[in-house]
Ligand binder design. Structure first.
Ligand code: SF4
Length: 444
């Protein structure tokens, strides 16, 4: 009988793409993939170093999984497992801990697990993580997250990702194209290019050198693929959005007019403490440059509040900066101390209640910004990729420039691109729309 295995992913899209790749490998080896809610022989948890209260969360997950299947083996892997292997191995019920290097070898270690109470820990120093493993997700019928890059060389003062994932390294353009063809063969219409520092694409697989390929070349090559209707870039550092990247996205029909660009703070003092590679003037100019070339572009922004030394005045600077810049939406994070980072030992810790208050203020600003962005497109026509329903009476999709729209559910529209006219915005901030060419596939 086939052994049953279930997966749980914490964190970012990159983690999702890797869990998905690992699960396909395990299925090829004869394991039966089951839902997390079902009984299984193995539960695999792919962890994240950015998760709040990661230890507490991992404990709770292990407890729940053991309750479901007391004899199951629970395996933790990924970023948090790389950073805190001993801490995780001490959690009751954990059978194995796999760090950044060993997570992709789950298939070779899993059968060696016995009934020992002690967890098997496979963890090597992160500097030994000098290879690249391709991955993509296919959990959804409409969109896939395709990994093109891993690791980061930037060492922002608050971030543990370089310690958890190692140096910056990339797939080759050839590998990305091959994987995109595999994704297209499964009928998926949209691919989101994913990485830790996506714009740093072009490093060798071991991260030691920079090759001939640039991110712009990759975008150009991918845009020529007829099999894929839509491409998006998941997130890109502002200093890596060259004029060429903007021109290329503006000139290709299949790269969607959507940039998600981490800002982190609007205060130059805080940006410097964070060791970011730009100041607020550079950032403003970059957004302007994008808008000049792509007027209907969607701009999403990551921002961190409560970084050490962030005074009320600094926060106000960030707030006003974002209000003036008028992005389409914000992703707001409250700063939290991470072991072995420069920021963790900085003076000027901000009280947690203040972090919470600031984060609420920015979240409410984000809702206003999003509504204002959506309202600019009322009565305009845009192409939408409709997604599979989740059992509700409505179905959802996103326009090219990332406006979330809804329509009454119609199975025949799932995974098709349709032209719609945006007619309004509902109380939840979702755009209402009408179909312009009923059930006709739109060619982009
Ligand atoms: S760019 Fe900075 S925040 Fe982003 S992964 Fe690299 S070190 Fe972390």
């Amino acid at each position: 009988m086939k052994k049953r295995i279930a997966y749980h992913t914490l964190g970012c899209k990159l983690n999702f793409s890797e869990t998905s790749a690992i699960s396909r490998k395990m299925s090829d080896k004869g394991y039966e993939k089951v839902e997390l809610s079902e009984e299984a022989d193995f539960y695999v948890v792919n962890t994240c170093s950015v998760t709040e209260n990661a230890n507490k969360k991992c404990r709770a997950i292990a407890r729940q999984l053991k309750r479901k299947s007391p004899s199951a083996k629970v395996i933790f892997m990924g970023c948090y497992a790389q950073l805190k292997p001993d801490e995780i191995s001490e959690i009751p019920g954990v059978s194995m801990v796999l760090g950044a290097k060993d997570k992709f070898r789950l298939d070779s270690y899993i059968e060696s697990l016995d009934d020992s109470e002690e967890a098997l820990v496979l963890n090597t120093p992160v500097k030994e993580v000098d290879f690249y493993t391709p991955a993509y997700s296919i959990d959804d019928r409409t969109r896939s997250f395709l990994k093109i890059q891993d690791g980061c060389d930037y060492f922002c003062s608050f971030c543990t990702i370089p310690l958890a994932r190692g140096k910056s390294r990339s797939a080759s353009t050839e590998t990305v194209i091959k994987q995109a063809q595999e994704i297209a063969a499964k009928g998926i219409k949209e691919i989101v290019l994913t990485g830790v520092n996506t714009g740093d694409f072009g490093r060798s697989e071991d991260g030691r050198t920079r090759g001939e390929e640039s991110f712009t070349d990759l975008i150009l090559s991918l845009s020529k693929m007829e099999e894929i209707e839509r491409w998006r870039i998941s997130s890109i550092e502002p200093n890596l959005i060259s004029a060429k990247v903007i021109e290329t996205v503006a000139s290709t029909k299949t790269f969607m007019p959507h940039f998600h660009i981490p800002l982190q703070s609007g205060s130059d003092k805080i940006l410097k403490l964070m060791r970011r590679k730009y100041d607020s003037t550079f950032y403003t100019n970059k957004i302007q440059e994008i808008r000049d070339k792509i007027p209907h572009v969607c701009i999403g922004i990551d921002v961190i509040v409560g970084f050490p030394g962030e005074s009320d005045e600094d926060f106000l600077t960030t707030y006003n900066f974002l209000k003036d810049l008028q992005p389409s939406y914000l992703h707001v994070f409250s700063y939290s101390e991470r072991l072995n980072t420069k920021a963790a030992s900085m003076d000027g810790s901000v009280d947690p209640s203040k972090r919470k208050e600031r984060s609420e203020q920015l979240r409410s600003l984000s809702l206003k910004l999003q509504r204002s962005y959506y309202s600019k497109f009322e009565r305009s026509e845009r192409p939408v990729l409709f997604e599979a329903g989740n059992g509700t009476k409505d179905m959802h999709g996103f326009t090219d420039n990332y406006i979330k729209v809804k329509l009454p559910y119609d199975e025949t529209l799932v995974n098709t691109v349709q032209n719609v006219r945006i007619s309004g915005i509902d109380a939840d901030g979702i755009a209402e729309c009408e179909l312009l060419q009923n059930k006709m596939k739109v060619t982009l």
